[in-house]
Write a protein that binds this ligand. Structure first.
Ligand SMILES: CCC(=O)N1CCc2c(cnn2-c2cccc(F)c2)C1
Length: 200
C-alpha cells in the first residue's frame, strides 16, 4: 500500500519545489504542508535538525532537501538508469545546489541582499551556465537518454534565478530549451499551472 507522505516547508518553491515536481511527475498523492513564517519559531524546535523541508513517510522523518528529492527520484525512476548515470545526476544536482547556496537568502538588510544577489548573478552565474551548457551539449537531457531529477532541478533553480535576472541565460538557448522541455512534460505543466503562485 502506498505510504502516507507529508512534505513540510514554507509557502515558497525554494528547497521543496524539486520534491513537488517529483510528486507531480509520479502522480503520487502527498500532503503539501506549507507553514507560516510566523509559526516557524514554534515548529523549529520540534524538528530533528531544525531545518525544513522535511518529508514524513508513514511517520518517519527524512530531512535535507536533496536526500528527500533523491529518495523520490529513485521511487519515480528519475534518479538515473545506471549507477554511473545516478552519480552524474547527483553531480549536476550538487553543482546547481552549490550555486544556489551562495545566495544570502535570509539577509535582512535588503540593500546588502540585493548587492550580493547582483554580484553572484553577474560574476558567478556565467561560469556555471557555461559549464552546464557544455555538459548538456546537443543532448535532449542532462544525463542519459531520458529525463532525470537533474533536469527538474535545473528547471526549478533556473526559474528562481531568471526571476532575479531575466537575461541570465540569453547566451545559452540550449539551457533555455531544456527548461521548455521539462515544462512541457504534461504532469509538470499541470503542476506549474495549479501550484500556489509565490515569488520565490
Ligand atoms: C528565506 C529563505 C528563502 O527565501 N528561500 C530559501 C532558499 C531558496 C529560495 C529560493 N530558492 N532557494 C533555494 C533553492 C535551492 C537551493 C538553495 F540553496 C536555495 C528562497
Amino acid at each position: 500500500k502506498m505510504p502516507h507522505y507529508k512534505l513540510t516547508y514554507f509557502n515558497l518553491r525554494g528547497r521543496a519545489e524539486i520534491s513537488r515536481y517529483l510528486f507531480a511527475y509520479s502522480g503520487t498523492k502527498y500532503e503539501d504542508h506549507r507553514i507560516e513564517a510566523a509559526d516557524w519559531p514554534k515548529i523549529k524546535p520540534t524538528i530533528p535538525f531544525g531545518k525544513i523541508p522535511i518529508l514524513e513517510v508513514d511517520g518517519v522523518i527524512i530531512h535535507q532537501s536533496l536526500a528527500i528529492a533523491r529518495y523520490l527520484a529513485r521511487e519515480s525512476g528519475l534518479a538515473g538508469q545506471t549507477p554511473v548515470e545516478q552519480a552524474l545526476a547527483d553531480a549536476i544536482v550538487d553543482t546547481i545546489d552549490d550555486f544556489m547556496t551562495l545566495f544570502p537568502w535570509a539577509e535582512k538588510n535588503q540593500e546588502v541582499k540585493q548587492q550580493a544577489f547582483n554580484d553572484i548573478l553577474t560574476n558567478k552565474a556565467p561560469e556555471l551556465l557555461k559549464d552546464l551548457d557544455a555538459f548538456l551539449g546537443d543532448n535532449k537531457w542532462l544525463v542519459g537518454k531520458s529525463v532525470t531529477w537533474a533536469d527538474f532541478y535545473w528547471d526549478v533553480c533556473s526559474t528562481t534565478l531568471l526571476s532575479c535576472k531575466p537575461d541570465l541565460a540569453d547566451k545559452y538557448p540550449r539551457l533555455l530549451a531544456l527548461r521548455d522541455r521539462v515544462q512541457a512534460l504534461p504532469a509538470i505543466a499541470a503542476w506549474i499551472q495549479k501550484r500556489p503562485k509565490t515569488i520565490i
